[in-house]
Design a protein around this ligand. Structure first.
Ligand code: FAD
Length: 318
């Protein structure tokens, strides 16, 4: 079922959903299910599975020269989505990125997803490769999420890349996209960022999931600005309970988000990570309660491979 249909069927109740990372290469589905199992009692209607592009490592050859090798640490998004749907009978939302994909590879991935009965995709540009300064698309790939959305929408209409052929059966993906209450870090300003977000919706995105934020006012302001711009699709808040003291600097550097003083001070004064995680859980519960009162259709949690804190938060809410 489509994500948007789940929102409609919820009759105004707030849903609980979360995002998981594919396990590291060499792990198996048992590892993954052990993170998902503790969250299933809160009845997520769908689970997002992230996509991780290749990284480059340098290996020294016998002659002393360095060899650049591509490695993918967390492959398997498509297979994991199918396994989750099969095992838990819930929908999945595979993240689909432009980075590292040619248009043809994207088409093939979408065909696989379609055959597997997956009805949703979150269409993203993806981050740049760690060793590169800026995002570089594949020679025949997409540069922005807008272009990727265009390809999915075309396939939904039955237009595939080899337009010599007339195909009658299209796919029927519900498309979600990313939004940034604190602005995407590359955007020159929030107005420009919102203009592109609006474009994503005009092209066919049916809902938005936000980057994590730790101050609800950021989300409320973002929603107000989106509505003023004429962006009227559901905007799902993304939440991350902080779990360690190092996340105080790690999350801002990785995700370009601000940690409010009250939370930062509380985490800093914790004696250890156990205490920090407790502060993170309590903060996320307060955030969630206020967002539910605001009437959000869904609370979407970034589990980042750790379900324990998300479970503690959900236990108080659902
Ligand atoms: P875009 O929408 O393409 O925007 C990128 C930048 O370009 C923005 O600054 C925007 O303002 C601007 N822009 C947009 N369209 C155009 C255009 N047509 N012309 C000119 N400028 C434009 N990354 C992963 O690698 N894997 C994941 O699984 C993943 N999941 C995510 C889930 C969520 C909910 C979020 C919020 C982010 C996720 N990311 C993931 C990170 C995301 O890929 C990065 O933030 C990336 O830098 C931008 O992706 P985007 O889809 O928002 O890009």
């Amino acid at each position: 079922m489509k994500v948007t249909e789940h929102f409609q069927n919820a009759n105004g109740n707030t849903l609980f959903t979360f995002e998981i990372l594919p396990p590291l290469k060499g792990e198996n589905m048992k590892t993954l299910f052990s993170h998902i199992d503790p969250l299933m009692e809160f009845k997520p209607p769908f689970i997002d599975v992230t996509y991780h592009r290749e990284e480059y490592i340098y290996k020294q050859r016998e002659n002393g020269l360095l060899e650049k090798r591509s490695t993918r640490k967390r492959p398997g998004t498509v297979g994991i989505c199918a396994a989750i749907q099969n095992h838990y009978k819930v929908d999945t939302v595979p993240h689909l990125i432009c980075g590292g994909f040619s248009k043809e590879e994207t088409e093939n991935a979408l065909i696989d997803l379609h055959f597997l009965g997956i009805d949703n995709v979150l269409a993203l540009r993806g981050d740049c490769v760690k060793s590169e300064q800026r995002f570089v698309p594949e020679p025949d790939g997409h540069t922005y999420a807008t272009e990727l959305i265009g390809q999915v929408v075309n396939m939904n209409k039955g237009c595939y890349l080899d337009d010599e052929q007339a195909y009658h059966n299209g796919t029927d993906f519900c498309i979600g996209v990313a939004g940034y209450p604190e602005k995407h870090f590359e955007a020159p300003n929030i107005t420009s960022d919102l203009r592109w977000l609006k474009k994503k919706v005009e092209l066919g995105a049916e809902y938005i999931v936000t980057q994590m934020f730790f101050e609800n006012q950021r989300y409320f302001d973002f929603v107000n600005r989106c509505r003023a711009e004429g962006i009227n699709v559901p905007i799902i808040p993304g939440l991350k309970p902080m779990t360690t003291k190092t996340q105080l600097t790690l999350l801002p550097s990785l995700f370009h988000v601000e940690i409010p003083c009250a939370l930062a001070d509380a985490i800093e004064s914790c004696a250890d990570n156990k205490a920090a995680a407790q502060v993170g859980v309590e903060w996320a519960i307060q955030q969630s309660k206020e967002l539910m009162e605001f009437g959000v259709p869904c609370l979407h949690f970034y589990s980042m491979g750790k379900s324990e804190s998300v479970r503690k938060v959900a236990k108080q809410l659902f």
